[in-house]
Design a protein around this ligand. Sequence first.
Ligand code: 5AD
Ligand code: SF4
Length: 451
Amino acid sequence: MGQPTPSRGLYIATFGCQMNVYDSDRMAGLLAPLGFELVDDPEHAELILINTCSVRRSAEHKVYSYLGQLKELKGRRGRLLIGLGGCLAQQEGQRLLDQVPHLDLVFGTGVIHRLPELIAEAAAGRRRALTELDGPAAAAPLPIPPRPGIKAHLTVMRGCDNFCAYCVVPHTRGREHSRPADEVAAEAAALCAAGVREITLLGQNVNSYADPGGGDFADLLARLADTPGLWRLRFVTSHPKDLSDRLVEAMASQERVMEQIHLPAQSGSDRVLKAMNRRYSRRQYLDKVSRLRRRVEGLALGGDIIVGFPGETPQDFQATMSLLETVRYDYLFSFKYSDRPFTRAAKMNGKLSEDIKARRLAELQARQREISLETHRGLVGRVLEVLVEGPAKHGQGLVAGRSRCGRMVNFTGGPDLIGRVVRVRITEGRVNSLVGRLNQEEVQRHDTNDR
Ligand code: 5AD
Ligand code: SF4
């Protein structure tokens, strides 16, 4: 007792969405007391965990190919344990253990808290796949990561009840569950006490959050905005049908809530939206967008689009192209439809060829690149507040950070700026980022108070 546990190397490979990034952070937090310490090279690991995604077929392929690469390492290093968690684990369960002999454990999205026990069993030679969803203990909060950075994720709700026709998520993440606001607030406070300044709230359907004790997502934002030490609050992903006027007003009035929203439309055609079971029309979507733009100054609006949903005609696709012109997304993630297990769309008629899907996707992405570039060039001359995150990916003597509206801004500056909010005058707009110049005299210092 009381002896420090010797450190054991833990390598986590994370695929997919921010929810997986959050879960991976929590796995590290959960395993730290057992002596596991994160390493950044799988060669130095005693345990490798792969946190997987299955939202699109391509995501699944990436996981299988990574798993294949680990086979040789496992062969060389007898004592190495390999575990696979996340959505693919939930979807495939025992099948994965049967098919992949170099896997030692498989754990679904609802049993992360049982990792210590599963790892101990695997170390004793008992391979197991555990995929219960929504067990009573699954709702227990997981410990925060040992050394959170300046930005952190915070899951406020899990699961989804929407059953969009193309989507596997309700099957891999289970039904919707919101965490009590008290618990969320306590976690936000703990993160900020550990030095976090920007929190992104996560949920598959974040804006349908409902505190079991009463209160909606707008109430939660207002409460969290008062967390001592917190400068910035963001959230993903919002479903258009659940975007309330109250939420728009909370965004408009709360200083610490950033001017950014991810609001996937998926299609611009009413016929396709109906087939997708999205439960809003093009008109309703556009009304919400214009209300947001009117009320939240400087808002950056992002979205997701699927091209080539079963039965999508050239006219349907043109309706999506025209949605791009009307909305003028600040950024857009777009995908070719792919069949997913258990989904209604997988059984639909009217599947399109890969070729047509690829051509539609290329056309859509080319137009969106132009729109993003035009918008970003329009920001030249403006001064934006940037939270400096670290050295820029490319270029000597440059640092990078995000504006309030979530845009990546690169500018000349030293490491002393990291972790501070500064004002930057934009000098150049690129497709996916901005370039600027530091307004030196306007640097805001946050070291003397909490804002
Ligand atoms: N095929 C293509 N794209 C999909 N998405 C979800 N399911 C599918 C699918 N079967 C996209 C949606 C969603 C994003 C996370 O992934 O656009 O918003
Ligand atoms: Fe999937 Fe639709 Fe739920 Fe989003 S809202 S997770 S797209 S089922």
